[in-house]
Design a protein around this ligand. Structure first.
Ligand SMILES: [Fe+2]
Length: 345
């Protein structure tokens, strides 16, 4: 699913005055005539390293900043990242090795129980609802996942290949599907993240409301982005994993009560999506509704990086009207939709 995002469209975050979101679709017709010449050896990597990416300045509505550059060089950059290759090969391919190294045994066992017996008791036990509508877990990803992702990001950032800003508000980070993680993320999302999102938010995730995803990292540090204005995400459900790397001060994630209104009102109104601050810990994952408004408070020192996955339907459609209980999926429907994989538990 994400292949189309990577090659044809790009869903990007935009923030209006009040922080409401819209999804924008950037046409990425490749202007092949503008590609730079390849080296005699045909090295896309060498050609990409000669490119100078556009400046990144806007802190909102920046989704199309430098858009022509990225559209013109999309194919070249894709080939360059393929040539660049991985540091941790397991990160780039979803399968038994990925699951064993990067997902906790608790998560794998809980998912197996849900698939085979339709019981989500263990999966729900992985989470604590730390604010109304905000579910936290430190039992999804291993420490090796954070370590390998951070090392891979360092290598990507020092590759000499231009990387596009992750969304219209964050200026620093990496769009993961554009640097080779597409296959792994498709597997991870289909087998684990989509059913977990549906389990926690059954009123918004039906058969096809989370068929696609958009995944990126963001980085906060005093010399770059230090905060993010109040906004909602272009997603039905958002997964936000704190990568670390170590210590920082400030930078809490603040949530605002936003239970919707009219036909978009959540079943329990604002009691379903409450307010409060979350002080991230490395390894902590949050799952929340994309329309649950939030902001990143100023980071005072240190550095914090997060890996974020937005779930949405085909063509970037984000469901905002809740399903009535009789139309919501059952547990087995959620977990058995995912591709059948040979699991090595
Ligand atoms: Fe967000």
């Amino acid at each position: 699913m994400a292949r189309r995002l990577a090659t044809r469209t790009l869903l990007l975050l935009s923030c209006s005055q009040e922080g409401s979101l819209r999804i924008l679709r950037a046409s990425t017709e490749v202007c092949r005539g503008s590609l730079p010449p390849f080296s005699p050896a045909g090295s896309a990597l060498e050609a990409a390293r000669q490119l100078v990416g556009p400046k990144v300045t806007k802190k909102k509505d920046g989704e199309f900043e430098g858009g022509e550059f990225w559209e013109a060089h999309e194919e070249l950059l894709k080939r360059a990242w393929q040539e660049h290759g991985p540091l941790h090969a397991d990160l780039y391919s979803f399968g038994p090795n990925f699951e064993r190294r990067y997902l906790t045994s608790k998560l794998r066992a809980a998912a197996r129980l849900a698939r085979e017996e339709g019981s989500e008791e263990a999966a729900k036990g992985l989470f604590e609802e730390i604010l109304p509508g905000v579910f936290a877990s430190e039992d999804l990803f291993t420490e090796a996942f954070r370590k390998d992702v951070l090392e891979e990001l360092d290598r990507i950032n020092s590759a000499g290949i231009p990387t596009r800003r992750p969304n219209g508000m964050n200026r620093y980070g990496v769009i993961l599907d554009q640097v080779g993680f597409e296959e792994a993320l498709n597997g991870l999302v289909g087998a684990y993240i989509k059913p977990l999102g549906g389990m926690l938010f059954p009123e918004l995730v039906g058969d096809h409301d989370a068929d696609e995803h958009y995944a990126f990292t963001v980085k906060y540090e005093p010399s770059g982005d230090t905060e993010l204005a109040k906004h909602g995400d272009a997603s039905v459900v958002t997964l936000n994993l704190c990568l670390g790397p170590a210590t920082w001060k400030g930078g809490a994630l603040r949530f605002f009560a936003s239970g919707g209104s009219g036909i978009y009102a959540l079943p329990k109104g604002n009691a379903s999506a409450g307010s409060g601050d979350v002080n991230f810990q490395p390894g902590q994952v949050l799952l929340h509704r994309g329309q649950h408004k939030h902001q990143a408070l100023p980071l005072l020192s240190g550095q914090r990086a997060n890996l974020i996955i937005w779930l949405h339907a085909e063509h970037g459609v984000v469901r905002v009207a809740p399903y009535p209980p009789e139309q919501q999926l059952m547990a087995k429907q959620r977990w058995q939709q995912m591709p059948r994989l040979k699991l090595d538990l």
